[in-house]
Design a protein around this ligand. Sequence first.
Ligand SMILES: O=C[C@H](O)COP(=O)(O)O
Ligand SMILES: CC(=O)C(=O)O
Length: 203
Amino acid sequence: MTHIGDLMRMAPVIPVLVIDDLDEAKPLAEALVAGGLRVLEVTLRTECAPDAMRAMAEVEGAIVGAGTVNTAADFETAKAAGAQFIVSPGLTPSVADAVTQAGLPFLPGVATAGDIMRGLEMGLDHFKFFPAVAAGGVPALKALAAPFAGCRFCPTGGVGADNAREWLAIEQVLCVGGSWVAPRGGEPEWITRLAREACGLTA
Ligand SMILES: O=C[C@H](O)COP(=O)(O)O
Ligand SMILES: CC(=O)C(=O)O
């Protein structure tokens, strides 16, 4: 099984995608992969998200997972759509059990020390820090990460081209998540350019 840490190390940014129009899904994946971003999080926030995941998985090189997996039922939807990894804004036993039993890479959201401790009790040590800016920004994650040296993070929520480097400079941050690399309705050429710029963030 691919470990979530391996996916987090593939590029500095995991695009967080909200797809309204199924026809845009495959061109969007092509544009992001062309720009160097292969790990794609499709949020289950729109009706077409499961079909969008199926369409995007046809793109060579794309690794398509589901985000906004808030319940065990959402997990079943994601699994049926072929999700290769699972992202959740939070951490609950029902979602964590379902994902780990299925053996899929899992990136649950945490925002407090208690969240991280519950994750560690479940055998998890890679987390989304969400909502990154609203939960206190870079100083909050630095303080939170200090007692949990073995944990790794993907800050998401308010991260953009203007502040991503600051987050990526934190030793325990493997990548960031964000929607800025794929603005809704953006032209593919523009999205490829944004993806290339995102790939250069750790250069
Ligand atoms: O809910 C928001 C997503 O996690 C992405 O956040 P963002 O649009 O601030 O990048
Ligand atoms: C925000 C978030 O973590 C998600 O939609 O999965």
